[in-house]
Design a protein around this ligand. Sequence first.
Ligand code: ZN
Length: 63
Amino acid sequence: MTYAVECVHCQETLLATARIGDAEARTVAEHLDTHHPTVLDTAVDFDDPGLAEIFRHVRVTHR
Ligand SMILES: [Zn+2]
């Protein structure tokens, strides 16, 4: 099973992955920082963005 991770702010598919871990969370965090810098909590640590914070900004669907 593959998860598609879509940004809720621009509907871009950021990832298609079987597993969502720290590396994937970082990819999403980098997207948010680049494209939607105002949506992220400034307290987010990019080395460890935290899945809970990340999941506020993406929609995950099964493929
Ligand atoms: Zn986006």
